[in-house]
Every structure is written in C-alpha cells, then in structure tokens.
Design a binder for this molecule. Structure first.
Ligand code: NAD
Length: 365
C-alpha cells in the first residue's frame, strides 16, 4: 500500500530523532511492501528563521494533504526572547488548531528491563501500562474571558475554564473507544466537587457511558489521580481528562517511565476505532533538548514509538506497529541503551546506532 505522510523534524534533537524514526519507517515499508511517501516541512524555530512564521502556510497545507504527520520537537534558546513577535511553540498551537487535533494520547509503559531507570521504586512501577487521553483545544488555556487589567487596588487577571457538551462528548468518546480495545475500564478525571465545568464533564461522561455498556466508567478527582499515579499507577488503564489537568498529570505520569526519551504521543482529529484510520499528528513527548542536539546522544525511541502509533491509529497497520514495538523491546532486552537510560553492564549506543539497531530488527535481521 501507498501512504502520504508529512514529516516536520523541527529544531534541536527533533531533527536527530526524526531521522531515526524515518529510518525505522522505511524498514517497515520494505518488510511489509508499503511505500511511505514523505513530504518534509518547516515548523518552529527553523521555520521562523527561514520564513518569519512558526507555521508557514505551505507546511499547514502539506499536512492537510497528508494521511498523518510525524513531528520532532520545536524550540531552543535562540528563539527564547520573551519580547519576540513569534515563538516556536506558536507553530505547535497553530498546527493543532489548523488540523482540528483535539485528543492527545500519551501511553505510559514501563518496560520491565527499565524499572531501575525511574525515580520510583521498582515494585511500584513494575507492569505499569496505561494511556492518558487529554483534551487539547478547550478549557483554561483557551476559554474567554482571559485577560489582565489594572484596578484601583492593584492588578487582576482572569482565565476561564469553559467547555461545551460537544467538546466533552467527543473527547470522552475517544476514551471509551480506547478502553474497548484494552481492559474495558475508563477513568474520567475531573474536579466535580468544586468546578462547574467539571460537573458538566461528569454528566456528559455518564451520558456517553450509556452507549458503552461493556466499559466500566469510574470518576476520579484530579487530586486523587495525582496521588494514585505515584501510589499505585498499575491501577490505571485508560484515563480521560480535560486540558489543564491532562497537561499536569501527563508530565507527572511521564516520570514513571524513567526518561522523556521513551514516551511517544499522538494528537488525533477523531476517535480511534478498530479498522478505521483517524488523522493524527505523532511526536515524542520531549522537547528539543538543545544542549544534546547534533551530538548523536538523544534517545530516538520515543520518536520511533510515535511512528508505531501513527501506523496503528492513522494507517490501520496494526501488525506493522506491533513489529516496531517488538523491535524496541528486543533491543532493550538485549541490553542496548542510550545515555539517558544507561545502567551498569549495559551497552551504550548513540542516536544513530540505536536507530540502526531497531530498523535492522524491524527488517528481520
Ligand atoms: P526537553 O524535553 O527538551 O529536555 C528535558 C530534559 O530531558 C533534558 O535534560 C534533556 O536533555 C532530556 N531529554 C529530552 N529528550 C531526550 C531524549 N530524546 N533523549 C535523551 N534525553 C532527552 O525540555 P526542556 O529542556 O524544558 O526544553 C527545551 C526546549 O524544547 C525549549 O525550547 C522548550 O520550549 C522546547 N519544548 C518543546 C516541546 C515540543 O516540541 N513539543 C515540548 C517541550 C519543550
């Protein structure tokens, strides 16, 4: 089969890890007889340097014409001036908006051979394997009014946590669909004891639940979820939550896996359903780690696992996705590590060598 993909390496180690992810994609194509036509575009700091915009129109157009987008990371000290008219991260927000991406999926899986890389005790994190679904386009970050003003008694500021029932319904549905393909257990996180938007969230979640009688729905307060994540993370399987809660909880969750370099993510424009393809953007959760850029140090596994997610959700290539995931696992099992997950008696590899190793295993070597 033939697929059209947009590839946006971005800045810093975004370039290093995307190169390896593409290598693994190529190997997958060769093994399974697919052609992945890749269209490269600019986003972030490099786009600002070359065009003055963080998301040039051509890039957005190219992404809209593709079946999925693979992104590296954006940003770096060069573009950090707070007075700058445009910032690299503006490119990411514009991409999400321009592509209608409202569901951010972050799987957190602790590989058995890496339990010692985490700050948490091995017995707490052993067997952790859950997926967070974060709403991406509403809530506190976008709600109006949103402003700061001067009063006679000093400055004041307001942000608004606003949600419509349609926005809640579509994201909760993503949670239910994912739960269906996993342990049929969905945790919906809110703060319904205090927030009106959360009370609506909970009501809508219960209404949608009627369409999914096979799925067990549990409501959890966000503060309880923050504790559960470090006290008994194995309890969780699929978790759905609003934008701000999700932003904070997913970063907390990423610490379970030991390194940012291990965790992929997807941002989808629809609910993923077995056997159908959903448009999405796929990227590692980490940033551009500018100090590591170009040094052949960055861990490419998060980017490589992002390719696996892309194959699964946007191209309906489940077997191919599993092959990549198995190749990653096998490489780790054989003791190969990048610097961020290195431990005694293991073999340290650079970015390129780790990419070569995984691509080789995908290709059947
Ligand atoms: P970061 O994720 O780039 O780095 C955090 C730490 O993790 C650093 O010590 C880094 O060396 C390490 N790290 C990250 N990815 C790694 C990998 N693949 N392998 C090995 N080590 C890895 O976060 P930061 O330092 O806060 O931000 C750096 C820049 O990235 C900033 O400009 C920030 O705005 C940007 N950023 C971009 C995104 C994105 O593109 N989605 C996300 C977060 C931060």
């Amino acid at each position: 089969m033939k697929f059209e993909l947009a590839v946006l390496p971005g800045d810093g180690i975004g370039v290093d890890v995307t190169t390896e992810a593409v290598k693994v994609l190529q190997a997958t194509g060769e093994r399974f007889g697919h052609t992945f036509n890749r269209h490269h575009g600019l986003v972030g700091g490099i786009a600002i340097d070359q065009t003055g915009e963080a998301l040039p129109k051509e890039t957005l157009k190219m992404c809209r014409g593709a079946q999925a987008v693979l992104l590296g990371a954006v940003g770096g000290p060069k573009w950090d001036d707070p007075r700058a008219r445009v910032r690299p991260e503006d490119g990411l927000l514009a991409l999400r908006k321009g592509l209608g991406l409202f569901a951010n999926l972050r799987p957190v899986k602790v590989f058995p051979m890496l339990t010692n890389s985490s700050n948490l005790k091995p017995e707490i994190i052993e067997g952790v394997d859950f997926i967070f679904v974060r709403e991406l386009t509403g809530g506190l970050y976008f709600g109006k009014p949103k402003r700061q003003w001067q009063t006679s008694r000093g400055r004041r500021a307001v942000d608004s946590m606003a949600y419509s029932e349609q926005e809640i319904e579509r994201i909760v549905r993503v949670g239910f669909e994912l739960a269906r393909g996993r342990q049929k257990k969905l945790v919906s996180v809110d703060k319904a004891n205090v927030l009106e938007s959360s009370r609506l969230w909970r009501q809508v979640a219960m209404e949608v639940a009627e369409e999914y009688p096979d799925i067990e729905l549990e409501h959890m307060l966000v503060d309880a979820c923050a504790m559960r994540l470090i006290q008994n993370p194995r309890y969780l399987d699929v978790v759905v939550t609003e934008n701000t809660f999700g932003d904070i909880l997913t970063d907390e969750a990423s610490m379970l896996a030991g390194s940012m370099g291990m965790l992929p993510s997807a941002s989808l424009a629809g609910a993923p359903r077995e056997g159908t393809s959903t448009f999405g953007l796929y990227e590692p959760i980490h940033g551009s780690a500018p100090r590591r850029a170009g040094l052949n140090m960055a861990n490419p596994i998060a980017a490589i696992l992002s390719v696996a997610m892309m194959l699964r959700y946007s191209l309906s290539l489940t077997k191919e996705a599993q092959t990549i995931e198995a190749a990653v696992e096998q490489s780790l099992n054989e003791g190969y590590r990048t610097y961020d997950i290195m431990s005694e008696d293991k073999t340290k590899l650079g970015t390129k060598e780790m990419g070569d190793l995984i691509a080789g295993k995908v290709g059947g070597q």
